[in-house]
Design a binder for this molecule. Structure first.
Ligand code: GMT
Length: 374
């Protein structure tokens, strides 16, 4: 089967998931074609079944903004025709589902009927997609996809609540590829380069957008470090970085907070992390929480969106109301103050992450593709 994948090629969770999915499908023998604006950051071409088609843009003095949807839908038509693709799987509704619908209509006129699978990831529904400026087009694209999936039950209900949907929506959880994602050897996982022997390592990884509530991360850490010797690793770049830096200085904890910027070695960082913080305002799934758990790291998170489906309260970590930094810090200290307890939470986190292993999730996508073809 020949599958076209459309996604954002950047560090966001939807792009990472789509790239991992494409690489896993290629390993299973599918012919996978990525059609994106740039080379996806996580894509490596060790498999001859993987192909990349760049969506080029043509500038023109009249354009204030270049019409990416138009370029993408034209590129989809070309690639589907040239490589006889069987299916298009688009990740993130805006503008991918809309561009795919347009491509489908153009291809119909050429006698080609290509099924469209749309996977909704979160902010394309909750933060951006339901805004009046985009809502009609997003609703239309969801209703006119051949198959629609969401990455959690919570995102499915949000989609049904925020839009007038008459199409069926299936939940297929995000996944972790345990075998292919281990980017370190155990003897490389050396924490002593960052902390002293008695210090714990706490991490947060995100694109530092307001939705991630990075200031809560710092406040929770400030409370933790007053009780437990520890350091905070902040991984990622984004609009709230300056605010975060300012708060760190104000709290006088500059020597305990390490800003690492964007990193390709997320899992290496997680291998020596003791506790992961994710206090987001909204989170349809929280792929990074799952990545932390897969690296044996318990999670302190907010209880918003799909997070309760990933992080089990009192077992793999704890959940608190959005903004309740006191409760988050109390729970973090409870886990960290007793080494035996910390080990138990680490074991639970790792064990529960298995539910989301690629072996469990990939067949669900394959089944959907098969259904679409008949
Ligand atoms: O929020 C992000 O960090 C990026 C965003 C994206 O564009 O990829 O993430 C969304 O999709 C991820 C993959 O399915 C989910 O794990 C994230 O929870 C979701 N983000 C939000 O809902 C805020």
């Amino acid at each position: 089967m020949k599958i076209g994948i459309v996604c954002y090629p950047t560090y966001g969770g939807s792009g990472v998931l789509a790239t991992e999915l494409g690489m896993a499908l290629a390993r299973k023998g599918y012919d996978v074609h990525f059609i994106t604006s740039h080379l996806p950051v996580k894509l490596n071409f060790i498999n001859p079944n993987l192909h990349f088609h760049e969506v080029f843009m043509e500038d023109y003095p009249l354009f204030q903004y270049q019409p990416y949807e138009l370029a993408l839908s034209s590129k989809l038509v070309q690639v589907v025709e040239k490589y006889s693709l069987d299916i298009l799987h688009v990740h993130y509704a805006i503008p991918h589902a809309y561009a795919a619908y347009m491509a489908k209509q153009m291809l119909k006129q050429k006698g080609i009927d290509i099924p469209i699978v749309t996977t909704l990831h979160g902010t394309d529904i909750t933060l951006v997609g339901s805004h009046p400026v985009y809502k009609a087009a997003v609703e239309f694209s969801i209703n006119n996809s051949d198959v629609v999936t969401t990455v959690s039950e919570s995102l499915r209900s949000d989609t049904l609540r925020l839009f007038n949907i008459y199409n069926k929506i299936e939940v297929i959880y995000n996944f972790i590829d345990f075998e292919h994602q281990k980017e370190w050897d155990d003897d490389e996982c050396v924490r002593e380069t960052l902390v002293s022997k008695d210090e714990k390592i706490i991490s947060h990884i995100s694109n530092l957008r307001p939705v991630k509530r990075i200031l809560d991360v710092i406040q929770v850490f400030d409370k933790i470090q007053k009780k437990i010797p520890s350091k905070l690793l902040l991984v990622g770049e984004g609009p709230d970085k300056a605010k975060a830096d300012l708060l760190v200085k104000k709290l006088g904890i500059k020597d305990k907070v390490i800003f690492l910027g964007n990193s390709d070695e997320v899992r290496k960082i997680l291998c020596f992390t003791d506790l992961f913080l994710l206090p987001s305002e909204t989170e349809s799934f929280g792929l990074v929480a799952l990545e932390a758990m897969a690296a044996r790291t318990p999670v302190i998170s907010s209880n918003t969106g799909g997070l309760p489906e990933v992080n089990l309260h009192g077992k793999t970590g704890f959940l608190s109301d959005v903004g309740d930094v006191d409760d988050m810090a109390k729970n973090a200290i409870y886990i960290l103050e007793d080494d035996k307890r910390l080990e138990a939470f680490k074991d639970n986190a790792y064990a529960y992450a298995q539910k989301f292993s690629i072996e469990n999730i990939l067949p669900k996508y394959e089944k959907l593709y098969q259904l679409c073809m008949h």
